[in-house]
Design a protein around this ligand. Structure first.
Ligand SMILES: [Zn+2]
Length: 331
């Protein structure tokens, strides 16, 4: 049997269990925005987001994630329960998402990466620099100490603005994104500095593809509908770091956020959704009560609270959004 959106045997088994056992859904979002480019499909337009939240409020039982975790622990989750989450803490979460969540009374948990407060995220800056630079790609020389970098430099590059230039830059952006993703924060910063100088492009302070600043973060949780979770300080891929570096990132992100709001932060989301046993242990020892990954599945009593599964949402109109939900939940 072929089920749309359920492509592998493992996913099929999760889907079948969901049909038999039921459970709750945790939805994942990043940005509520409609930029010209959205290479990794992390944006949902505000009209579509409003349609999605209207349906969640009317057809489901919207619930705060921390409350859902209490119900999971107690062993009983009412049917049609859906929790909404956001990762990273983009400024548009305040300006676009919050008014819509308030209009429909849908609570949400926003996982904040504190090192990017008021700053553009490195992956967005990378895209902006590569795509808008007039410098040739062949002139971008990347080096790390002790030759720790495997990077193949093209010998020639298309003329800036020529028909071949755009696709070449897109390809380069994806390769650099993968490269930077594999590095720890210090090396990422070093490579980004080289790219900034090479690009000749000015910093873009008006960009909305940045993290909320401290004042905006406080505004986000005003009213109590939205709660914070932590998402490390600098958003590294935790499984690639030493246990000590993982601990630094997990503890410092929590401390930053708790100082800002003056109360304990109990939820965590692994950057890029990747959890390891060591990472889960550090998160538990740090005092978090639950943590989210990016694996697609429902949650139900007995689910691992340090590897809660989520469904990433795309820029879909209400009908298509509902079709996706109905695959997993009787709603
Ligand atoms: Zn993230």
């Amino acid at each position: 049997m072929r089920i749309p959106g359920v492509k592998t045997a493992k996913a099929f088994s999760r889907w079948w269990q969901a049909r038999l056992l039921g459970g709750a859904l945790i939805l994942g979002y990043h940005r509520i925005a409609s930029p010209v480019r959205d290479e990794y499909e992390v944006c949902v337009g505000s009209e579509h987001f409003a349609e999605q939240m209207e349906l969640v409020s009317r057809r489901a039982r919207p619930i705060r994630l921390s409350q859902l975790v209490q119900e999971l622990k107690a062993g009983s989750v009412p049917p049609r329960s859906i929790a909404v989450t956001f990762d990273d803490g983009y400024a548009d979460n305040l300006y676009q998402a919050k008014p819509i969540l308030e209009k429909y009374g849908v609570p949400a948990t926003v996982f904040i990466c504190t090192g990017y407060a008021g700053r553009e995220f490195w992956w967005d800056e990378l895209e902006r620099l590569i795509m808008s630079s007039r410098s040739g790609l062949h002139a971008l020389r990347l080096q790390l100490r002790e030759n720790r970098l495997k990077w193949e430099q093209p010998e020639v590059s298309p003329v800036a603005g020529s028909p071949e230039d755009g696709p070449a830059r897109t390809q380069h952006y994806h390769a650099l994104y993968r490269l930077l993703l594999s590095l720890d924060v210090e090396d990422q910063n070093h490579i980004m500095d080289i790219i900034r100088i090479w690009s000749g492009v000015s910093s873009d302070e008006t960009s909305t593809s940045r993290g909320m600043n401290h004042q905006e973060l406080r505004q986000l949780v005003e009213g109590g509908l939205i709660e914070f979770g932590s998402h490390t300080r600098n958003h590294p891929m935790l499984p690639q770091l030493s246990v000590e570096r993982q601990r630094q990132e997990i503890l410092s992100g929590k401390k930053d956020l708790e100082e800002l709001v003056g109360k304990p932060v109990t939820g965590f989301a692994y950057p890029n959704g990747r959890a390891t046993e060591a990472g889960k242990r550090i998160v538990r020892e740090a005092g978090f009560i639950f943590a989210c990954t990016s694996l697609h599945d429902m949650v139900r009593p007995g689910s691992d609270l340090y590897a809660l599964t989520r469904f990433w949402q795309k820029d879909l109109e209400g009908d298509k959004f509902m079709q996706g939900l109905r695959l997993w939940m009787k709603i």
